[in-house]
Design a binder for this molecule. Structure first.
Ligand code: ZN
Length: 116
């Protein structure tokens, strides 16, 4: 915890911590320091590869490990190059849509690829 927390309501620098809460003596605002900290560590938007490089639509990537394809006996081998990826929102983490030669359309997780 930092002792330089500013009041989010009035920007006073004299806020103090009272158990789980921060309290501002100037305007009386109370807030949870834990929530503030969580907001600061939220991941930034954007899809990144295994090395933390930003990916974009149309990029080529290389699969870094063998990936079993759900519902099939096929395996995407580590080292496979995938061209023309398309980024997508995916609640299950498969945030890359692509087409792989010999396998077809599929979804990948960005953590298992690196930018080619
Ligand atoms: Zn205040």
């Amino acid at each position: 915890m930092t002792d330089t927390m500013k009041c989010p309501a009035c920007s006073s620098e004299h806020a103090y911590q009272d158990r789980d809460l921060w309290v501002c003596p100037e305007c009386g605002h109370e807030w949870s320091g834990a929530v503030e900290a969580a907001a600061e560590t939220a991941p930034d938007a954007g899809v990144r590869d295994a090395n933390g490089n930003a990916l974009a639509d149309g990029d080529s990537v290389i699969v870094i490990k063998d990936l079993k394809i759900k519902g099939s006996s096929s395996v995407v081998k580590g080292g496979t190059k995938v061209r023309n990826i398309r980024l997508q929102d995916a609640s299950d983490g498969h945030n890359i849509a692509c087409k792989i030669d010999g396998i077809g359309a599929m979804n990948l997780k960005s953590e298992f690829v690196r930018k080619a």
